[in-house]
Design a protein around this ligand. Sequence first.
Ligand code: GAP
Length: 511
Amino acid sequence: MAQEDIFKKLVAHCKEYGFVFQSSEIYDGLGAVYDYGQNGVELKNNIKKYWWDSMVLLHENVVGLDSAIFMHPTIWKASGHVDAFNDPLIDNKDSKKRYRADVLIEEQLAKIEDKINKEIEKAAKRFGDAFNEQQFRETNLRVLENQQKWDALHNRFAKALNDGNLDELRQIIVDEEIVCPISGTRNWTEVRQFNLMFSTEMGSTADGAQKIYLRPETAQGIFVNYLNVQKTGRMKIPFGIAQIGKAFRNEIVARQFIFRMREFEQMEMQFFVKPGTELDWFEKWKTTRMNWHQALGFGAENYRFHVHEKLAHYANAAVDVEYKFPFGFKEVEGIHSRTDFDLSQHEKYSGKKIRYFDPELNDSFVPFVVETSIGVDRMFLQVLSAAYCEEQLENDMRVVLKIPPMLAPVKLAVLPLVKKDGLPEIARQIIDDLKFEFNCQYDEKDSIGKRYRRQDAIGTPFCVTVDNQTPEDNSVTIRYRDTMTQERVSISELSGIIGKQVSYKNLFAKI
Ligand code: GAP
């Protein structure tokens, strides 16, 4: 099945099984804003716990913070967001549709890349085991021609972005003959910058209300609390501050479901280091974060680093961790060496000294910062994209979410085989005993096969069935989601078996 079709099915599945709903759906929805349902919120909380504990529990020099969404408006002036947090936009005069100019060009690059990949796939099929991809890339004329096209376009695009040259961005769109997908024409306006921050007002108009912004990243809440945390926590450099919270961006191209939203959640960690050591720490955090992703077991080949061509105004090095979504490799997380830009700017704008006194140097300095920043929602989509499987069975078909057991919304379902002979009571008792440890679900409706399918569809890793043998010897069957194999075990063993598999320790050991 085509990857786009799988993605459409995944989106429908998310709604059908209570993972994600369109916000304000009964009023026809609100663009690029989503709500998480009964299963979605559990998965989201588990992802957040995996991240939080991997930062704060595993690193004695990383502590947490929960700063407010509303902040003093000067913070956004100091951080550069008022002046530079922009997207280059272009309109098609016929369809009146607005696009991000950089996204149109990136899509053109992706088309060329697709052509190359198709040639490679065809050749790989033709030559089988004897296929040497590198040699093919270096010698096949069609691949070489497309690679040259890609390189030329890429260099021109990167230069235009780095120079902030909006006319050149438009010229690339014209030269590449990029058409509007709606009108099919090339009737484009100029490219303009558009600020992505939402603003609102605080206080009544009579008092002279103050314009404030909804934060577009959680990081600034960490920077402005650097001194508070460092002093009250007696933190010694290097140390980090981690935070999970909502962020808001008035995204123009909001697409691909929860991949790009206007209200979303970030998990960010700012690591404060001695100037000159930041690039070493940048490398260390790159490794740690890639290990965190790959520990989930979705296949190392599905992840890659993407080095930034255009560095953000605050960075001296930056990479993205990309995952192979059904719509291609895309960013899940950003890792940035942010220099001392933010703290220095806040020193300048607030007039307060934001320094670290180093007793070894007997001197003070503005710390440099390495940031890891990942979107909760994007990570959620990554997990579901990787977990969604359609499996053909002997007489049946099943949709199963192979979510790692630690992240699964429901850990076990307890199912009495029949609704009589005291089996429901035993099933309830099992849940009463285990509910303090695991999120459990009771289900007695329909055939056992249908009940298994319902649990597969929400990714429940264990189904425990209470049958006629249970009252005799206190044993039940435990069914494993991925293999569908069943084992007879004693009720007293359940906590141990399940506990071992859902423990985050299994993941942490791999980081
Ligand atoms: N503090 C740095 C920062 O915010 P970013 O690359 O703009 O960097 C970090 O964002 C992460 O936040 C991204 O890798 C992505 O996972 C998530 N993110 C950013 N914009 C998003 C959006 N509109 N919707 C969902 N997630 C988003």
